[in-house]
Design a protein around this ligand. Sequence first.
Ligand code: GTP
Ligand code: MG
Length: 171
Amino acid sequence: MTTLDIPELALVALVGVSGSGKSTFARRHFTPTQVLSSDTFRGLVADDENDQAASGDAFDALHHVAGIRLRRGLLTVVDATNLQPHARAGLVRVAREHDVLPVAIVLDVPEALAWERTQARADRTHGRPVLARMQRDLRQSYARLAREGFRKVHVLRGVEEIDAAQVRYEK
Ligand code: GTP
Ligand code: MG
């Protein structure tokens, strides 16, 4: 079992390619209102969870709500790929503005598995090259995460490790 130590008040960034299991992991370990998902916010601002053109507005709204939650002392989990340095920088900034520790949980599954899952989903239409780019972004993220200001970087490799992980809150 892998124990993920997380401060009771933290901004948790899930990091992983599409199909790595971020939303599934979030549902399993956190309550629905603790989780801010980029899909949900795209839906709220564009009536379409897949409207990538709405991402800017969706993340503005997501960051705003995250900031309010942190100000109110509530643990907040961001369910988005968080594969790009600029996306993570926005989260680190919100956390710092509220004196809250940013924590990353990386879900790293084999690309072939993520692709298999993607093909089985009606709500995902991106092609294999898009997934391959995400996988490259993930590889590049490893060296950067700690430097970007994440207080802890938990890495779960493979389905078994992801399945066996447990969250433990630090006082
Ligand atoms: P995006 O939202 O596209 O970035 O993907 P995601 O990382 O949120 O993946 P999600 O949790 O939606 O999982 C993708 C698919 O894989 C879903 O159909 C899940 O049911 C399946 N899946 C995720 N985690 C597991 C797992 O641990 N075991 C099995 N069997 N299926 C899983
Ligand atoms: Mg998801």
